[in-house]
Write a protein that binds this ligand. Sequence first.
Ligand code: GDP
Ligand code: CA
Length: 324
Amino acid sequence: MTVVSGGIGGARFLRGLLHVLGPDDEVTVIGNTADDIWLFGLKVCPDLDTVMYTLGGGIDDERGWGREDESWRAKEELAAYGVEPTWFGLGDRDLATHLVRTQMVQAGWSLSAVTTALCARWLSALRPAVRLLPMSDDRVETHVVIEDPGGDGRRAVHFQEYWVRLHAEVPAYDVVVVGQADATPAAGVLEAITDCHVLLLPPSNPVVSVGTVLDVPGVREAVTAAPAPVVGVSPIVGAGAVRGMADQLLTALGVEVSASAVAVRYGARARGGVLDGWLIDTVDQAQLPVIEAAGIACRAVPLLMRDLRASASMARAALDLALP
Ligand code: GDP
Ligand code: CA
């Protein structure tokens, strides 16, 4: 099966899914790369790394990103030199991943090939049936149009600056994904959508994670036309996102922050959208008729990924909705 993923929401869902599947069930993950950023001459791919570390057992579980048992000496040294930016969480252990990736990219390898090489360490032994593909080998970067906190009017900042430095606390007006229109899907991405028997959209951010993958030219069309059922899981529970900044970005795009509004925005495949089914949390049960009226099959189940058991039962519910 194939799963589109951002960072933490996708990775935790995937961990639950792999718990439900057999060890030989093949899973292709199409990872968001629109969060990627070059820092200190290094290519950093936050969402790919979150998936790789989470499934490979190297994640800092509490933080939800970066390596466990991390230290920050290099970051402190860079700050001591007064080198900007100082706000990005660059851990010492994590740094090795960025060094290897950058070295390979600069030697001419595609991001897909580099990702496969990095995953050889994390996934080959533990999760041999899992393949992680970046959505594209091309540079695609999400920027957020904000009100400049310095009072200089509106300007666009890299998504990482909006989220990590500004904590999504400044007003956001728009999301602009630089390079998206000219990007092509990475090798294997369209095939993974067209040839799978189930396609899942985990509760990743609908704008800057799943949205940016779907907006790689050709991907949304492939999802709409795929022979397999497509089921998504709501990242919105009750009145807001479980974590992250989906609320602010949905609002910036004029979309109401609710499980049903996100489903309606994705749309039913029968009507040109990307969903056959949508899971909402039991607290949102009252929205079920709206979603079904939009042509999307819907079930209400607990959607908080508190632990592996909770994530696994969400994944089970998504599979049951996909393949009743
Ligand atoms: P990021 O790239 O690290 O921001 O991660 P994702 O885009 O994959 O996931 C972020 C989204 O996951 C946010 O919009 C959250 O609302 C959602 N999320 C996080 N934890 C949970 C959870 O336990 N349940 C649900 N339903 N959504 C969650
Ligand atoms: Ca992300």
